[in-house]
Design a protein around this ligand. Structure first.
Ligand code: GLN
Length: 199
């Protein structure tokens, strides 16, 4: 099973290691052609405006859209959740992929609680998941088609709609690979292996 990590900026190495611990082969994606043959890709945490600029420079904004529409699975964590969202309420002009009908507010947990950890109840997980939040965005709205998999303090923090999911915390930093396993098992399917239309 081959998946990708968007490796332009941010915490992509930790995602790669988590997928590798689960036995997946991992491609670091910096160019559109590197999406070929992948079942899914994670957009990591980092800084969402920088990531959006780099995505545009390398043509990855369109390529990731084609990848998802062509059957690939997509997972955004933290800044990656901002990247997949359809609306950024406090920065309405910030470029985004708009592939998931969720509204987010950046840096919405406030400066005093820049970073924090909580034990999160996740649907279908037997024991709680230690979730690390780092200047996390807050999901302030979701379309009815989006399923809330986990919430914290009255807001969804892990959401899914078919082959796309978003987590506003950093599952790659917990040393607990269950959410990476969830992505591989439930969102990435072999039938969806991506081949660009031109080939
Ligand atoms: N606050 C950052 C942003 O808005 C995201 C932080 C993160 O990914 N850890 O881009």
């Amino acid at each position: 099973m081959r998946v990708g990590v968007l490796a332009l900026q941010g915490a992509f190495r930790e995602h790669k290691l988590a997928f590798e611990r689960l036995g997946a082969s991992v491609t670091e994606v910096r160019l559109p052609e590197q999406l070929e043959g992948l079942l899914g890709i994670v957009i990591p945490g980092g800084e969402s405006t920088t990531m959006a600029k780099l995505m545009k420079i390398y043509g990855l904004d369109r390529a990731l859209t084609d990848f998802y529409r062509g059957g690939g699975a997509l997972w955004g964590t933290c800044a990656g959740a901002i990247a997949v969202s359809s609306e950024i309420v406090d920065f309405p002009d910030q470029p985004r992929l708009g592939l998931m009908p969720i509204s987010v507010a950046r840096n919405a947990y406030g400066r005093q609680v820049d970073s924090f950890e909580v034990d999160l109840e996740i649907a279908d997980f037997v024991t709680p998941f230690r979730a690390i939040f780092i200047r996390a965005p807050r999901i302030v709205g979701i379309a009815p088609s989006v399923r809330v998999v986990a919430s914290y303090a009255g807001a969804p923090v892990m959401v899914r709609q078919g082959r796309i999911m978003a987590t506003v915390f950093h599952p790659e930093l917990s040393g607990d690979d269950r959410i990476h396993g969830y992505f591989l098992d439930r969102l990435c399917s072999v039938e969806s292996q991506y081949q660009p239309a031109s080939q």
